[in-house]
Design a protein. Structure first.
Length: 152
């Protein structure tokens, strides 16, 4: 049983590194042609996959997984996570945030436009780092403080 428990233990950093291993990297010239909206589209998937992986253990019912993930991928939670990471970001990463924030064109009726822009900028950064620097992405994802009430 101990061996099984050891296999089930996944560190936040290892989970982020596993997630952050894209099969193909784009050349810089091609990367520069990708719109901030497209980066946010990719980053949304990367971010949600990371969040999903964090709630797999201990095993729960599917509805419980869903509720926990939805709470973390909401725009409000993403904006909160962005604010917690901002002091760790480089100038290049802050520029990606700016571009992503400006790309948030379709407005959500459910949330404040500023919150929606922050969430979109975080997603753009996740997409950009997924393609350019998976180790940095893994580091930043590992810094996220997920809601402990949802982890019970």
């Amino acid at each position: 049983m101990k061996a099984e428990e050891d296999c089930l233990e996944i560190s936040d950093t290892q989970a982020a590194q596993d997630l952050a291993s894209p099969a193909n990297f784009l050349p810089t010239a091609q990367l520069q042609t990708i719109s901030p909206g497209a980066l946010a589209y990719l980053g949304d998937a990367v971010y949600e996959l990371y969040i999903r992986s964090q709630y797999l253990l201990p095993p729960k019912r599917l509805q419980s997984y869903h509720q926990r993930v939805v709470a973390q991928v909401r725009a409000e939670s993403q904006a909160h996570h962005l604010r917690s990471l901002e002091s760790l970001l480089t100038g290049e990463e802050l520029e990606i945030l700016r571009r992503g924030r400006n790309a948030a064109s379709s407005r959500s009726k459910r949330v404040n436009p500023e919150i929606y822009q922050q969430a979109t900028s975080l997603e753009a950064l996740m997409g950009y780092l997924y393609l350019t620097n998976p180790q940095r992405l893994a580091y930043l994802l590992a810094q996220l403080k997920l809601d402990p009430t949802l982890e019970e």
